[in-house]
Design a protein around this ligand. Sequence first.
Ligand code: SF4
Ligand code: SF4
Length: 200
Amino acid sequence: MNLYNFITYLEYLDKKLAEFFDNQQEYICCQKGCAKCCQHGNYPFSKIEFEYLMLGFKKLDKNTQELIRNKIINLNEEKITSSEKYFMYECPFLIDNECSVYKHRGIICRTFGLMYYREDGNTKIPFCAFQGLNYSKVADEEKKIISEEKYIASGYIQEPLAFNVSYKFLTNKEHEIGYGIQFGECKSLIEWLIEEFHIR
Ligand code: SF4
Ligand code: SF4
């Protein structure tokens, strides 16, 4: 039941996000083959999201599964020797710059590329704005905010908008109650994978 409700929630979320991306289409450069957002991250996943992701993994052919498993083994070694507080890594499901488990990807993955409100109310611009991608023509690199001056000069019709799509918000109690879901424990994707594949 939990997984069934979660899938219903994902359908709702995908619809909402599609509206937001559509609204901001002038600023969005996302396209097949662009995968910078999957190449350097920490990727928080709740238990239910991870279970759903693993269903996607099981649908992959044996060679692809083996490839992903080897990537996880290598990442585990990198993680052990890393001194970073939040280990940042390329997602092992990224193959040839495409997500191999696209339908089963996490909530955070679905929001990549949009501007969102943080808990403190400030706006977070996607990191790729500073790599010439989404919102780059209206972003102030130094202040990490949208520049009103650049927006006015840009000639864009739609205002650059942030949405309430922080990971914390999308996995909060309100959504759990509303959709009858228990998201469960949340940790970085690599930690789930190390546990799942019994890698130590
Ligand atoms: S699960 Fe897919 S979309 Fe999410 S970070 Fe990994 S490769 Fe990217
Ligand atoms: S969010 Fe940025 S890095 Fe990711 S696909 Fe879109 S444009 Fe590329």
